[in-house]
Design a protein around this ligand. Structure first.
Ligand SMILES: [Zn+2]
Length: 255
C-alpha cells in the first residue's frame, strides 16, 4: 500500500487530512444470487421488484426543518457582524451532518443490495433535470439517490454484481404482465390492467425495470445491438472511479 496524495480539507466543523492510497479491490463473498429491479419514487426511497418498499430515511425530513430554520437565522442577523458569521457556520454544520448521514444510509443500502443480488437494474434518471424543482424534500431525495447509485457502482465491483441502468420511459405505465399501456396519473397508486394484473404502482414499475435490464443484458452479450443499455457500469473506468471513492471516503479530523 502506498500513499499517492495527502490533502488538507477544511469543512464546517474542522480541518481534515485526506490520504489517497493505492490499493487492490478485494472481492467480497455474496449473501445471495438474486436479480432485482429498483424503482425510485417520492413516497419510498425505492421499491424493488420483489415487493419490498424501502422507506425514506427520517433524518432527511427532520434535517429539512432544521436547515430551513438555520438558514432563516442567517438573514435575521446584520450583515458583516460576528453574529451572522456564527449563524452561517451553524447552517453549514447542519448541512454537513445531513450529508454524512445521507452518505452512510446510501452506503449501507447499496452494500446490502449488491451483496444479495447478481443483477441489479435501475433507472437512468436525469438527476440534473430533476433537482430543478421547488420541492425541497424531493430535491434532497434526488441527491440521496444519486449518491446511492454511486455506492451501487462501487459495491458492484466489490461483490462482482452486474448493475445495469435502463431508460425509465413508460416503466410506470406499462403492464408488467401483458405489456399493454395503462395510463395513470401520479396519484394513482395501483396498476390495474384489463388482463387481470393488479399490482402496487411502484412494484409494477420495478418489475418492468428488471425485465428491461434482463433484455438489455441478453441483447448486449449476443449482438451488442441494443438501444436499452444507457450505461453498463462495469469496466476499467469504473474501477478507477471506485478506487477514488474508496480512498477519499475516510476523513481524519485534526483537533
Ligand atoms: Zn396487463
Amino acid at each position: 500500500m502506498s500513499i499517492k496524495r495527502v490533502r488538507l480539507v477544511r469543512k464546517a466543523d474542522s480541518y481534515y487530512c485526506q490520504f489517497a492510497i493505492q490499493t487492490d479491490v478485494i472481492p467480497e463473498s455474496k449473501l445471495g444470487n438474486g436479480e432485482v429491479g429498483l424503482d425510485v419514487g417520492i413516497e419510498y426511497f425505492y421499491s424493488d421488484s420483489n415487493g419490498h418498499h424501502e422507506e425514506n430515511p427520517r433524518f432527511l425530513r427532520k434535517a429539512e426543518k432544521a436547515i430551513k430554520h438555520a438558514q432563516r437565522q442567517i438573514y435575521k442577523k446584520e450583515k458583516g457582524k460576528n453574529q451572522r458569521r456564527k449563524a452561517r457556520v451553524r447552517y453549514a454544520k447542519k448541512h454537513l451532518r445531513v450529508s454524512r448521514q445521507r452518505n452512510e444510509h446510501a452506503k449501507r443500502l447499496a452494500r446490502n443490495v449488491c451483496s444479495l443480488n447478481r443483477l441489479v437494474v435501475y433507472e437512468d434518471l436525469n438527476v440534473k433535470g430533476m433537482v430543478k424543482n421547488h420541492c425541497l424534500a424531493k430535491s434532497i431525495n434526488d441527491v440521496a439517490w444519486s449518491l446511492f447509485r454511486r455506492w451501487l457502482e462501487y459495491f458492484a465491483v466489490k461483490f462482482n454484481t452486474e448493475v445495469v441502468a435502463i431508460n425509465p420511459r413508460m416503466t410506470s405505465q406499462k403492464c408488467s404482465d401483458c405489456g399493454s399501456i395503462v395510463k395513470k396519473s401520479l396519484s394513482t397508486r395501483t396498476h390495474q390492467c384489463s388482463c387481470g394484473c393488479e399490482l402496487q404502482r411502484d412494484l409494477n414499475a420495478a418489475i418492468n425495470i428488471l425485465n428491461l435490464g434482463r433484455q438489455a443484458r441478453v441483447g448486449h452479450t449476443q449482438s451488442h445491438a441494443t438501444g436499452l443499455v444507457t450505461s453498463t457500469l462495469l469496466g476499467a473506468t469504473l474501477v478507477e472511479q471506485v478506487t477514488r471513492v474508496k480512498v477519499e471516503s475516510p476523513d481524519f479530523p485534526i483537533k
